[in-house]
Structure formats: C-alpha cells, structure tokens
Design a protein around this ligand. Sequence first.
Ligand code: NDP
Ligand code: GDR
Length: 358
Amino acid sequence: MTIDRSKKVALITGVTGQDGAYLSEILLRKGYVVHGIKRRSSSFNTGRIEHLYQDPHVLDQRFVLHYGDMTDSTNLIRVIQQVQPDEIYNLAAQSHVQVSFETPEYTANADGLGTLRILEAIRILGLSQKTRFYQASTSELYGLVQQVPQSETTPFYPRSPYAAAKLYAYWIVVNYREAYGMHASNGILFNHESPLRGETFVTRKITRAVAAIRHGLQDTLYLGNLDARRDWGHAREYARGMWMMLQQETPDDYVLATGETTLVRDFVTAAFAEADIALDWSGHGVEERARCARTGRVLVEVDPRYFRPTEVDLLIGDPTKAREKLGWSHETTWRELCAEMVRHDLATIAREQRAHAE
Ligand code: NDP
Ligand code: GDR
C-alpha cells in the first residue's frame, strides 16, 4: 500500500465505535488520511462507518481499515510501522463499566495494557518525536466523589475494573510523556452520547425503549440505579475536542464536560416526554416505577440486575481548562441530545415498519 505523505495521517483504534465514527468524519473533512483498526468479528461491526468506507482498489484511498486488536502487540507494531501516523487516537476499549465486573482481566488487558502496547510501539519504531498520541481517558477515574465539579486536579478513586484499567492507561501516558518527551495527552471525557451510542449504555437503552414502546413493540423498560447523576454531552463535539488537544504545541490533559449534571430518572422522563408520553413516578428503590399518566400502564421498572457492585454516584465536570486553553466548549444541552436520540430511534423504527409492510 502506498501512503500519501502530502496529507496528515491519523490512526484511530476503536474506529468502529461511537467516537471513532465521529472522529473519522471530522478528520476526513479536515483533509487527513484516516487509518482505523477494526476487530475481526463474526457479525457486521462497521455499521457506524459504512458511509465512509472506500473500496480498497480506489487510488488515493483516504479511509483505510486494518484488522487488529489491542491485545496483540505484534499486530499493533506492524500497523503503526506501515502507517507511520502523525497522530494516533487510542479510542479502543472494552468500554462498558458493568461488563468490566464480568470481564475484569480482559478489560485490564485491552484498556490498560493495550494503551502501553501502543506507546511502546511508538517508542520501538522511533516515532516518539513524530507521532502525537491521544488517550481516551474518562470521568470514571473520579469514581467515589472526592470533590465537585471534577477537574484535572481532582484526585482519582476508580470504582470498577474498567476505571482501574483506565487509571493505569492514564498514568502510563503521563509517564511516557515525561520519560520520553512524547506528545501524549489524556482527554478526561465525561459521558458523551449520540444516536450512534452503543445500545446497552443507559441513554441509548432508554431512547430505543421509548421508541419501541411508542410504536407498541415493547411493554416495559427495566433499568438499574435511577439516582446516578451524569454530565452528558454530544459525542460529535467531544470528538472535535480530541483533535484540538493534539493540535496544541505542548501535550497536556484536559477535561471535556458540559458542567451540568442530570439524574438518570430525569433523562427517562425527558425521553418519554419527547415521544408525547407523560410519566407518573411512584415508590422507592427497587419498588420504584413509572406509569403512563394517561393509561396508567407501567412503563418503567427497576431491575436490580442492572445495579453495579460499586457505583459512581455523581459526575459533574469543570471544563474551564479546555475552554481557556483549547477554545473548546460544548454546544448541545442534555435535553437537546435526548430529543435528538429519541427522534432518531423513533424514525428508525418507523422506517423499519414501513420496509416490513412493503
Ligand atoms: P464504544 O464502545 O462505542 O467503542 C469502542 C471501540 O473499541 C469499538 O470500535 C470496539 O470494537 C473497539 N474495541 C473494543 N475492544 C477492542 C480490542 N480488544 N481491540 C481493538 N478494538 C477494540 O466506545 P466509545 O466510542 O463510546 O468510546 C471511545 C473510547 O472513549 C473508549 O475507550 C471509552 O472507554 C472512552 N470513553 C468513552 C466515553 C463516552 O461517554 N462515550 C467517556 C469517556 C471515555 P467493536 O466495534 O468491534 O466492538
Ligand atoms: P457509564 O455509562 O457507566 O457512566 O460509563 P452507562 O450509560 O452504562 O451508565 C450511566 C449510569 O446509568 C446507570 N444505569 C444504567 N446503566 C446501564 N448501562 N444500563 C441500565 O439499565 C442502567 N440503569 C441505570 C448506571 O448505573 C450508571 O450510573 C460510560 C461509558 O461510556 C464509559 O466507557 C465512559 O468512560 C463513561 O461513560 C464516562
């Protein structure tokens, strides 16, 4: 494969995920050649980037996919050697907090050691001064509340195998920056969502259920902890922030957040309202439920199977540093985000039903 060196070259791990898709779009629009690492899967896993796909036979290919895995050092070294990227965005991870309690060792391997593997590959290949590195760090690092709002100086207290793995990744990035002078930055991103959000994360689980209930395809939405508070922003805006971090002269760590926090329960209420369904809440703890205000039918129930062994109760980020140094700020409010996701999921079901009827 010949690589066009007149354009900036980026390599994205986790290119098939929510953020990978938005970041690819942004970089392609900026004129980059974008390489992505995708996993081999027995089922289709490129739905989010299908519109960017280019036939490998076209000349001047600007979007190139490579098979790979964060647990395979030799693969990562080979891809990085071949691509010689100006920028690497490390977005690949087992990113589900609850699943990390079921698969703690794999999560540590992919999310923690996987980050080390890429940093080592950069070093071994003599790219320490050429390749800039972005690490997908997370507000989950704050875990048990120490202080709010959480900023770059707030102490970490991880509350899951996922967060503990990401803690290792965070510090190994800082270490490689200090030890080898790499341009390596951590984006400490608070929750960001979109119509591309994975279907088992709470926002998308809610908006998909609202759409299915509205269309008569589902009876009840079962959820876990409704009292958790999250700082939810729009994924596209956060992907732009990742790029901004790597354009700085010096590497650094930045919080991206909206500065507003919302209860899971309030997101549920807003999502149903967007589909013209008003909810009446009653009960507490596992007995809590929400009924349709018009029909009295129970639409939302608590299922303890979704409780986590240890929970992160409250996240609210302070994005002052990103605003002042990067000029980054969020635009979409959580209510606008919720409405966009519900409208998207309603439209998807309506389209599927029309196709079915034809
Ligand atoms: P997703 O779960 O949507 O995407 C994760 C990506 O990583 C997918 O492309 C997935 O591939 C890939 N992946 C998983 N395991 C491996 C592996 N072993 N080897 C190679 N690729 C792998 O996550 P998001 O896009 O939402 O998040 C991107 C990153 O940002 C993640 O690291 C996440 O932990 C972090 N983050 C996310 C936040 C959020 O709110 N979204 C907030 C803060 C941090 P496949 O499609 O095949 O599953
Ligand atoms: P989170 O996102 O754990 O913050 O991690 P998630 O949407 O999974 O949970 C948010 C909160 O909602 C509560 N909750 C439920 N969560 C899920 N998934 N399913 C449910 O049924 C449910 N009911 C209540 C959770 O307990 C939690 O408090 C996300 C991921 O993208 C991480 O990769 C990323 O690092 C962080 O955001 C920032």
